[in-house]
Design a protein around this ligand. Structure first.
Ligand code: ADP
Length: 184
C-alpha cells in the first residue's frame, strides 16, 4: 500500500513526478492545486471561493482544502493508496490530515521532500506560464512556501516520515531516484 505526500517549493517538479509515479503505481494523484483550478474553471462554489487566493498566490482557507481532501480520500479509488500533491501546505493542515488518516485507517504515509534552489524553481515557473505564474505571484508563492510550508519538513522529520529527493536534476533522474526510494 503506497500513501505518499509530496512536499517541496512550487516549481520543484512535484506535480509532474507525482503524476508519473501515481500512474506507475496505479493509484490516484490527488493535487489540491489541480482540483482548485478545475473548480475555478467550472465556477463551482468551491472555485468561486478559492479564486482570489489562488490568483494572488495566497493559500486558500484551510476549511476549503481540508473538506475537499477529506471527501477525496473517502472515494473508492483512494482505498488502495494515493499520492497527495500540494496538501498539506501548513502545520494546521498537517495536523488535520494526521487525525483524518487515523480516523479512516489510512495512516502509515510517507513524505517525499522534493527540493530545488530558488533560482531553479523561479526559472521553471516563468517558463511554464500558468495564469498564476506571473513573476509577482511566483514571488509571493515562494514566500508563502518558506513561511508556511517549509516548516512541514521538520514536522515530518520529527515523526520519522520524511524522505528526500533532489529536484535539481533531469525529470528522468528524479523519477529514477523516486522509484529507488519507494522500493526501499
Ligand atoms: P504550485 O505548487 O505550483 O505553487 P499548486 O498547483 O500546488 O501550485 O497550487 C496552486 C494554488 O492553489 C496555491 O498557490 C494556493 O493558492 C492553492 N492551494 C493549493 N493547495 C493548497 C492548500 N493545501 N492549502 C491552501 N491553498 C492551496
Amino acid at each position: 500500500m503506497t500513501r505518499l505526500i509530496f512536499l517541496g517549493p512550487p516549481g520543484a517538479g512535484k506535480g509532474t513526478q507525482a503524476q508519473t509515479l501515481a500512474e506507475h503505481l496505479n493509484i490516484p494523484h490527488i493535487s489540491t492545486g489541480e482540483i482548485l483550478r478545475q473548480a475555478m474553471k467550472e465556477q463551482t462554489p468551491l472555485g468561486i471561493k478559492a479564486q482570489s487566493y489562488v490568483d494572488s498566490g495566497e493559500l486558500v482557507p484551510d476549511q476549503l482544502v481540508q473538506d475537499l481532501v477529506q471527501e477525496r480520500l473517502n472515494q473508492s479509488d483512494a482505498q488502495s493508496g494515493w499520492i497527495l500533491d500540494g496538501f498539506p501546505r501548513k502545520v494546521t493542515q498537517a495536523a488535520f490530515l494526521e487525525e483524518l488518516l487515523e480516523k479512516i485507517h489510512q495512516s502509515g504515509e510517507r513524505v517525499v521532500n522534493l527540493d530545488a534552489p530558488d533560482e531553479v524553481v523561479v526559472a521553471r515557473l516563468l517558463a511554464r506560464g500558468r495564469k498564476d505564474d506571473s513573476e509577482e505571484v511566483i514571488r509571493r508563492r515562494l514566500e508563502v512556501y518558506r513561511a508556511e510550508t517549509a516548516p512541514l519538513i521538520d514536522y515530518y522529520r520529527d515523526r520519522q516520515r520524511l524522505l528526500s529527493v533532489n529536484g535539481d536534476q533531469s525529470q528522468e533522474e528524479v523519477t529514477s531516484e523516486l522509484h529507488q526510494l519507494i522500493a526501499s
